[in-house]
Design a protein around this ligand. Structure first.
Ligand SMILES: [Zn+2]
Length: 369
């Protein structure tokens, strides 16, 4: 096997501060059980590192400096390896969303490996504990050279379920997605090795500079916004702010959890509107829920005064009685006489309106019409 090409400038001074919220502790858990050690074989027949053209010159400069000076060691992917985990900047991290899954990793690239682990947990299979590991100072099994775990740039997920060399321990349908996700994070999944497979394993395969770009991009990505009302189909089991919108529309308690009561109310709502009463809020039901409310009928309330007669006067008298029972005991007869005039003026006085006994737009509005 050929010598590794250093892609890590090796300058530990370049180590960036890890994202504080990911670090759990500076101590490293006990090493994994012996039956996992197979993983630390890594890839034995493919040289991983592929420095990008603009980094070749820098890499060569670094290599010559190192050749002259040092005993610096590199793992197979060209990153600095060491038995001194503190010198490498190894910290222990929790997988996002899984505070129980702790993995020791080189801090500056940890976000990439952790993002892969979190994605695996959500999209491939839940991570089991124990079963996950990162940094370990080990040789590649069956070959000379240091495992990428020795630089803290590799991670094993659900190790007992994916023994070294076993093929097909993850569903075939998910393999392409796993490879794509790994590539997007500057990683390679051991299941795509050309030689012996290692389906528990993923490792950094890009230069330090590229890895830092990917970390920055990852950390700049805002968390996905919750779906807005109407963006997704909702049914029993759904939860979120958009469920509350449905619940308000169908008249149940808006707790954001789509349970049996919400299903029942949605069915009633659908039935009342000629929609298929399946209890599932799809595009048609959303359209009904989100339709703008009918425009209020134009208010062409006539201006009333003493001597006016008709339905509008009846409405006025009824409203005054309902709203101000303590002082309005009018007969709602549709005849604007002296008694009605008196009540209107009293209302206007109390409402801070011009006290003229004339029921125009302002007085109507103050009465809630
Ligand atoms: Zn591994």
């Amino acid at each position: 096997m050929s010598q590794p090409v250093p892609t890590d400038p090796g300058a530990l001074a370049l180590l960036e501060q890890p994202p504080v919220d990911l670090v759990v502790s500076d101590t490293i858990p006990d090493e994994p059980p012996a039956e996992w050690f197979g993983c630390y074989a890594d890839q034995v027949d493919v040289l991983v590192a592929e420095p990008q053209p603009d980094q070749v010159e820098q890499t060569h400069r670094v290599m010559s400096l190192l050749a002259a000076a040092s005993t610096t060691q590199y793992s197979q992917n060209g990153w600095v390896a060491s038995a001194d985990r503190n010198a490498l900047g190894i910290r222990t991290f929790a997988v996002p969303g899984r505070p129980d899954v702790l993995v020791p990793l080189r801090a500056d690239v940890a976000p990439l490996l952790l993002a892969f682990a979190a994605w695996w947990d959500q999209n491939v299979e839940p991570l089991v504990v124990p079963g996950n590991w990162g940094y370990a100072y080990r040789d590649i099994r069956g070959a000379s050279g240091l495992s990428n775990h020795a630089s803290g740039t590799a991670i094993d997920l659900n190790a007992p379920r994916h023994p070294l060399g076993a093929v097909g321990t993850v569903p075939a349908a998910k393999r392409a997605a796993i490879e794509a996700k790994a590539a997007s994070l500057g990683l390679r999944w051991g299941g795509s090795y050309s030689g012996r497979k290692d389906e528990m394993h993923a490792e950094v395969v890009v230069s330090h500079a590229r890895a830092m770009q990917l970390v920055a991009a990852l950390q700049a990505t805002p968390p996905a916004a919750p779906p807005a009302a109407g963006q997704r189909t909702l049914q029993q089991g759904s939860s979120g702010e958009d469920v509350k919108v449905v619940q308000r529309a169908v008249g149940v308690s808006a707790d954001g959890v789509f349970g049996p009561k919400t299903t029942s109310a949605v069915k009633s709502y659908q039935g009342a509107r000629g929609l298929s009463a399946d209890g599932i809020v799809g595009p048609k039901t959303w359209a009904a829920i989100l339709a703008p409310p009918p425009a209020p009928a134009p208010t062409s309330r006539p201006t009333l005064r003493r001597g006016s007669k008709g339905q509008a006067v009846k409405d006025l008298q009824a409203r005054l009685n309902a709203r101000y029972p303590a002082y309005s005991k009018l007969v709602a007869d549709g005849d604007f006489g002296g008694k009605t005039d008196g009540v209107v003026r009293e209302f206007q006085r109390r409402a801070g309106l011009a006290v003229d006994g004339v029921v125009g737009a302002k007085t109507w509005a103050a009465l809630g019409f």
